[in-house]
Design a binder for this molecule. Structure first.
Ligand SMILES: Nc1ncnc2c1ncn2[C@@H]1O[C@H](COP(=O)(O)OP(=O)(O)OP(=O)(O)O)[C@@H](O)[C@H]1O
Ligand SMILES: [Mg+2]
Length: 609
């Protein structure tokens, strides 16, 4: 039998193995170093990244925090060296970002690491410079330095080639770093952050009094204009949040930022609670933009559950989630009540945005009174023309007018037989009848899906005719996050072919000069944001797939929504537009637009036959 040789691993090997848990990629180094800076009471934290085609070769984090004296600096590099826990009871209420005493040992074990640090108010002592490579201290020297700490990490993973091989492109790695900085800055409005990549500033915030200010530093004013403050205080927690008005939404939850006690966390329970706060204001597959900084009694939060501390365990999770969703729905409710009252005065306002919001709330009231709109339940059409302008119908009319310019077809070219509209059900479905010599059929049309189909057909026609764009009178400004901006830049000529003429207009800001014809005078920047998000999810690979995705996004966003009140005449116009499309029976996503019940089918359902 072969004898096994069991031995205790040497420290260098132990460090390398442990480093794998703490340091997964360059972004984890940034996260750990920035968290140390925060723990040291820094008010300014600067991160400088250098990259070339070989990947990220330099990470430097500089802070103006407490710093360390020479002895502390040397000890800080040892595994399990921490100033943040003194006994096991501290683990029950952790006040700091760090507590394991692992990070510096791990990082310096897999890189070439240089730390310069000087303790605050230690004028007689100079600063200390320590150089480490792969866990071995190369040099310790005195050096003149400002108060605070600066850590330089180079040659990351030079001694763990397997880990190095798993790194993605420099852009992807930088995107991860950006997201660490974005999350950390949002979770800590009272600290100034700066992120520089190859000499270019990518993110910067200035010590602020409010979350709103910090968010405006990162995303610009056109984002904050669409956010509502959410505040609540209970006996064990405080919510300081911002949530988007319902019109600003995304196809995924990546725009939702959650922090607990200044630590950015991913919490599926809180995420669901935020979505729940919107109730039916958002479709199932859309997510708001939200920033939630939550302060909770430290005893309720356990951060010691995940090596990267991204997850936390909350002992009163359901209570916390309920507080969050109710605070959001209260905020949205009060906002909608206000806009309902002012909407009458805003008629004709050039901001289609606010009028759309107010329309939604009007519809809601209407839907409660009027679940099944038979034609005779509508007011007399004459009243509508006399009152000159009805805000309730304005958007829908515009939407329908844009799709009205089909060349007329003869009835024999129509893809559907003549349809007689009966009424609208639940503000979402058109109930109608197909008249046929053989037997009448009852049909239900999904108004959103039907209009999507109409739009889709028209976009394809306009594209092939080359008349695909219209100039905006005033270019719309769009501010994006840096990785979104880079994505947009790489697609700029492609989306110009699709009708969006976009020019760079400063740091991560773009001027949108033209939008696709089909969007009419609606400002297309929200759609542009959607298109970028869609292109970024990577599912569309080929040019054709990307074009298809853009077309369906535009069709979906510009189409009449479920929940919109339609007049009898509007329903007839929509049905006639649908009849002229090439494939009226499905929407561009393949869902049905029309469901048919023949007379004989109804008879059999009622067991008449
Ligand atoms: N930027 C800094 N300024 C001042 N002190 C620092 C700084 N970075 C590290 N230290 C000191 O070095 C110690 C070790 O840091 P390290 O990140 O390895 O562990 P930690 O932060 O205590 O725990 P964790 O492994 O969970 O991050 C810290 O406890 C702190 O005392
Ligand atoms: Mg730490």
């Amino acid at each position: 039998m072969v004898k096994q040789n069991i031995r205790i691993l040497d420290e260098a090997t132990i460090n390398k193995i442990a480093a794998g848990e703490v340091v997964e990629r360059p972004a984890s180094v940034v996260k750990e170093l920035v968290e140390n800076s925060l723990d040291s009471g820094a008010t300014i934290i600067k991160v400088d990244i250098g990259s070339d085609s070989g990947g990220i070769f330099r990470i430097r984090v500089v802070d103006d925090g407490l710093g360390m004296d020479r002895d502390s600096a040397i000890i800080s590099l040892k595994r399990h060296a921490t100033s943040k826990l003194s006994d096991v009871s501290d683990l029950l209420s952790i006040q700091t970002m760090g507590f394991r005493g692992e990070a510096l040992a791990s990082i310096s074990g897999v890189s070439r690491f240089t730390m310069i640090t000087k303790a605050r108010s230690s004028e007689i002592f100079p600063g200390t410079k320590i150089q480490v490579e792969g866990g071995n201290i190369l040099d310790i020297s005195d050096i003149g330095a400002p108060e605070g700490t600066s850590v330089l990490v180079e040659n990351l993973f030079f001694n763990t080639p397997a880990r190095k091989k798993f790194l993605k492109s420099r852009q992807t790695e930088f995107n991860h770093i950006y997201s660490v900085m974005e999350n950390t800055a949002i979770a800590n409005p009272s600290v100034s952050f700066q992120l520089v990549h190859n000499g270019k500033e990518k993110l910067s915030t200035i010590r602020a009094d409010s979350l709103l200010e910090t968010v405006s530093y990162i995303y610009g004013k056109d984002m904050t204009d669409n956010l509502l403050p959410v505040r609540k205080r209970t006996s064990f927690m405080m919510i300081d949040g911002l949530c988007s008005v319902q019109n600003l939404n995304y196809p995924n939850s990546k725009q939702i930022f959650i922090s607990i006690n200044n630590r950015s966390v991913s919490s599926p329970v809180i995420l669901r609670a935020i979505k729940r706060g919107y109730g039916t204001l958002l479709p199932k597959d859309r997510y708001p933009v939200a920033f939630f900084n939550i302060t909770i009694d430290k005893k309720i939060v356990d951060v010691n559950v995940h090596p990267a501390k991204r997850e936390v365990r909350l002992s009163r999770e359901n209570e916390i989630a309920n507080e969050i969703s109710s605070s959001i729905s209260e905020t949205l409710k009060s906002r909608n009540l206000i806009s309902e009252n002012v909407s009458e005065n805003k008629i004709g306002s050039k901001f289609s945005y606010s009028s759309e919001v107010s329309q939604k709330s009007l519809f809601k009231v209407e839907s409660e009174k009027n679940h099944y709109n038979r034609p005779d339940m509508f007011r007399n059409p004459k009243d509508e023309s006399e009152g000159s302008y009805h805000p309730r119908f304005s958007t829908t009319d515009n939407q329908l007018r844009l799709t009205e310019n089909f060349e007329k077809k003869n009835s024999d070219e129509m893809k559907l037989p003549p349809i007689e509209v009966i009424g609208q059900f639940d503000l979402s479905y058109i109930i109608a009848r197909i008249k046929s010599p053989k037997e009448d059929e009852l049909i239900i049309i999904d108004q959103h899906a039907a209009h999507e189909r109409v739009l889709y057909d028209q976009i394809l026609k306009l594209r092939s005719s080359g008349k695909n764009s219209q100039e905006l009178l005033v270019p719309a400004l769009l501010t994006l996050k840096s990785h979104e901006a880079e994505n947009l830049i790489s697609h700029i000529s492609f989306i110009a072919d699709e009708g969006f003429l976009v020019e760079e207009f400063g740091k991560n800001t773009f001027a949108v000069r033209t939008v696709p014809m089909i969007l009419g005078k609606r400002i297309g920047t929200e759609i542009l944001r959607d298109i970028i998000t869609d292109l970024m999810d990577g599912s569309a690979k080929t040019l054709e797939e990307k074009k298809e995705k853009i077309t369906t996004t535009i069709a979906c966003r510009a189409a009449i929504k479920a929940g919109s009140l339609l007049s009898f005449e509007q329903m007839e116009r929509l049905v006639s537009q649908l009849s002229m499309t090439e494939m009226p029976y499905t929407c561009p996503h393949g869902r049905p637009t029309i469901i048919v019940f023949s007379r004989s089918k109804l008879d059999s359902l009622f067991m008449r036959s």
